[in-house]
Design a protein around this ligand. Structure first.
Ligand code: NDP
Length: 460
């Protein structure tokens, strides 16, 4: 908890205790709520009107949660049923905006955690977007294109009545790439008879924005550059650990290579590869083809590049061994809770001085605090990966204006936005007495903006 008055601390504890009492099983959401609330005490001291208006109590309740059944038929003719969700958390500063995730680990708690984080991330982008998240426990891995299409069509057959270009604009996330967005958007168009910017991450020929696929990973690297600039250091020559091998990991790797860094690991849920010689552009192109077209496993990397090693994971995740590889910087880009306290210790022991979260909350709260306590420069996902949703915002602007910008134009705007996200987090941390603490700074800046909007709009 950041230092604050007993009144503010008491209010925060009351809200957290009440959540824990009612929602003890929603561990991911409780962590997200705790992470944010424990950093906003000093804001409440400066704005006692937020306490009177019960901003905290209102903010932790989603405005709406939609849960639905998703029935579909697999290729063998068997009937199947999954669970679908959309958490519309806050529309205080704009229409709900946030991705759709298809992964077996999806639960209401995971989506509430992601939707809650999204509120503050979107506020940091300086674009008018509220926070939401959705998804299903369906796993597209190993499913045929036809099966994925039938699932997406069934999912959208319920979701379409709850979303809209001025209401709720979903995008992709884990397990939802251009293919799935295509099937979801196609069904929306068919059901509503409208063609509008209801989804972002669309294909280039049907309303998508240039640089949207690259945006999250590029933005992560731009954020890292902004952080290093403050210390007079550069990414060139830095050995980097990257986890994941999906969208965010691929384009993080891509931009790191452009800047002369040396990525040495990638992973998926089966384990991680370590390439001492560095993952160069040709090797990255192999991984992108393997993952995006062939839908293969990262373990196949070592068949092609036998000097690299593959370490299988036990249970879920790429495995803690990845964080023991000696390096200068780490970019966790797979999923939540990849780095716990042991992982953080391993990173520090291996020489890592910079950790930039590409995924959403890949570090547990304890791991994040341990890293900062050891003097590691640490960027939370809600700031560092905001480039994806920011470029989704740019896609919405282009759709609304019936126009399409060049790649250079979108990239220029992305860089500017990442600079603003960085500076807001940096400035807020300084203004509230915790200089260099990006975690607190991002929370404070995002929270203040949303709380102010809620106050000005009355009791909603
Ligand atoms: P992808 O589906 O493209 O890739 C996800 C990668 O992470 C895959 O390599 C996947 O391996 C691995 N992974 C997923 N779940 C697990 C798990 N439980 N344990 C171990 N590995 C896992 O997703 P994205 O790259 O789009 O998203 C990655 C992260 O970035 C997520 O946290 C997402 O919320 C966040 N993010 C994404 C944005 C975007 O624009 N795409 C924007 C902002 C944040 P496998 O294939 O084996 O499952």
């Amino acid at each position: 908890m950041l230092p604050c008055s007993t009144a503010a601390a008491g209010a925060i504890e009351n809200v957290l205790n009440d959540l824990a009492r009612r929602l003890g099983h929603e561990t991911e959401f409780l962590q997200a709520a705790e992470e944010i609330l424990r950093t906003v005490g000093p804001v409440l001291d400066r704005h006692p009107e937020f306490l009177r208006a019960r901003i905290l109590e209102r903010l932790v309740e989603p405005e709406r949660v939609v849960m639905f059944r998703v029935p579909w038929i697999d290729d063998t003719g068997r009937y199947r049923v999954h669970r679908g969700y959309r958490v519309q958390f806050s529309s205080a500063i704009g229409p709900y905006k946030g991705g759709i995730r298809f992964h077996p680990t999806v639960t209401l708690s995971v989506l509430k955690f992601l939707g809650f984080e999204q509120i503050f991330k979107n506020a940091l982008t300086t674009l008018p977007m509220g926070g939401g998240k959705g998804g299903s426990d369906f796993d597209p891995k190993g499913r045929s294109d036809d099966e994925v299409m039938r699932f997406c069509q069934s999912f959208m057959t319920e979701l379409f009545r709850h979303i809209g270009a001025d209401r709720d604009v979903p995008a992709g996330d884990i397990g939802v790439g251009t293919r799935e967005v295509g099937y979801l958007f196609g069904q929306y168009r068919r059901l509503t008879g409208t063609f509008n910017g209801v989804f972002t991450g669309k294909g280039l020929t049907w309303g998508g924005s240039r640089i949207r696929p690259e945006a999250t990973g590029y933005g992560v690297v731009y954020f890292a550059q902004n952080m290093l600039e403050r210390t007079g250091r550069h990414l060139a020559g830095m050995r980097c650990l990257i986890s994941g091998s999906g969208n965010v990991a691929q384009y993080t790797c891509h931009r790191l290579l452009d800047l002369g860094a040396v990525p040495v690991t990638l992973s998926d849920s089966g384990g991680f590869i370590h390439d001492q010689d560095g993952i160069d552009p040709e090797k990255l192109a192999f991984v992108m083809d393997l993952k995006n077209r062939l839908r293969g496993r990262i373990s196949e990397y070592v068949t092609r590049y036998p000097r690299a090693t593959f370490t299988a994971s036990e249970g879920t995740g790429s495995g803690p061994g990845q964080w023991q590889v000696p390096a200068d910087a780490a970019f966790p880009c797979a999923t939540q809770h990849e780095i716990d306290r042991a992982g953080a210790r391993a990173l520090v022991a291996g020489g890592v001085r910079l950790v930039v979260e590409g995924a959403n909350m890949p570090c547990t709260l304890e791991a994040a605090h341990d890293l900062m306590a050891q003097g590691v420069l640490f960027a939370p996902g809600k700031a560092a990966n905001a480039g994806g949703v920011a470029t989704s915002g740019l896609e919405m602007s282009q759709n609304a204006q019936w126009t399409s910008w060049t790649a250079e134009e979108v990239d220029r705007r992305l860089r500017e936005i990442m600079r603003r996200v960085h500076d807001q987090a940096w400035d807020a941390a300084e203004a509230f007495g915790v200089p260099g603490n990006y975690l607190a700074g991002a929370n404070i800046a995002g929270f203040t903006k949303v709380a102010q909007a809620m106050l000005e709009q009355g009791l909603t």
